[in-house]
Ligand binder design. Structure first.
Ligand code: CA
Length: 236
């Protein structure tokens, strides 16, 4: 197909270890992506004035900046455009992962990782971030306080708009489309990743935790069904 070339997605990679930078770049190019490589965060932030990527792969330990700060800046500072971020971390502490996801990163991958796994993550995150095909809005109301517009990607709690990451939104959508149904972590992951689910089970728990916090008073609508998974429901 001709428009496949035109539709080539651009990925920015920030990684200070040259071998890993090359490995990521090579595999993404092979998978059909345009890549821009950066060994520090500063030049990448400067480049954003000229071009905007479809996705950013961001190492957390960089010589010039802490990756978590970069993530926070990109997600909170209105002067930067919005694009998904996959964090790369050598730190195995779960705290960093949780913090990164709270700061708005869409996913993370821990070193060492296989190139195949990385490419699968990139594909899945980009797929989830696709703009809705239909412009018609489809609203789901749970109880009196939570409204989800699945076409416009809007979530309202008591008429106040809530900012969610793409992953949090997708999880909420999966649960909300069948209120009262119990979804196992496995089922939620399958909904998020399709055939490319190569992620840890606990990612779901981290996203759900963040989602509940962001939903505030509506957070209690997401119920943990012990030993099984989660459901979204207005009843006890
Ligand atoms: Ca590093």
């Amino acid at each position: 197909m001709n428009n496949e070339i035109k539709d080539k997605k651009r990925v920015f990679i920030v990684e200070d270890e040259p071998d890993i930078l090359e490995l990521i770049a090579l595999n993404l190019k092979k998978a059909g992506y345009e890549v821009d490589k950066f060994s520090e965060a500063g030049p990448m932030l400067a480049m954003l004035k000229k071009k905007v990527p479809d996705l950013l792969i961001l190492d957390l330990m960089l010589p010039d900046h802490d990756g978590l700060d970069v993530c926070k800046t990109l997600k909170n500072d209105k002067k930067y455009p919005d694009f998904p971020i996959i964090m790369v971390t050598a730190r195995t502490e779960e705290l960093d992962v949780v913090l990164g996801l709270e700061l708005g990163a869409d996913d993370y991958i821990s070193k060492p990782f296989s190139p195949r796994e990385l490419v699968a993550r990139v594909k899945a995150v980009l797929r989830r971030n696709k703009p809705p095909a239909a412009r018609t809005s489809k609203k789901i109301a749970i109880g009196h306080i939570l409204t989800i517009d699945t076409a416009r990607y809007d979530v309202l709690v008591k008429d106040e708009k809530i900012q969610l990451t793409a992953t949090e939104f997708m999880i909420l959508k999966i649960l909300a489309e069948k209120p009262g149904w119990v979804f196992s972590r496995e089922k939620i992951l399958a909904g998020l990743w399709g055939d490319e689910k190569d992620v840890f089970d606990r990612t779901v728990d981290v996203h759900i935790k963040n989602l509940r916090e962001k939903l505030g008073p509506a957070g209690d609508l997401i119920k943990n069904v012990r030993g099984v998974g989660y459901k979204l429901s207005n009843d006890e």
